[in-house]
Design a protein. Sequence first.
Length: 66
Amino acid sequence: PYQHVEQDVPKIPQRPDLEAEYVRPPRNEFAYVPDVAANLEREKVKGKKSGKKSGAKKHGKKDKKK
C-alpha cells in the first residue's frame, strides 16, 4: 500500500566568495564542433514541406481468384 514519506530538505551550504583572479578565456579560443544532427533535422523538415512522403505505404498486388 502507498504511504506518503516526508523527506527532509537538504541543507545547501553558501557559495564560497569568488576569487578575483579568475578570468574567463576568450571565446575565439574555443573549438566548436559543427552540429551535424541539426542540419539533418532541417533537411528532414524541408523534405516534408516540399511534399515528399517518407515511409509511404506500398500496396501490393491483390491475388485474383479464377
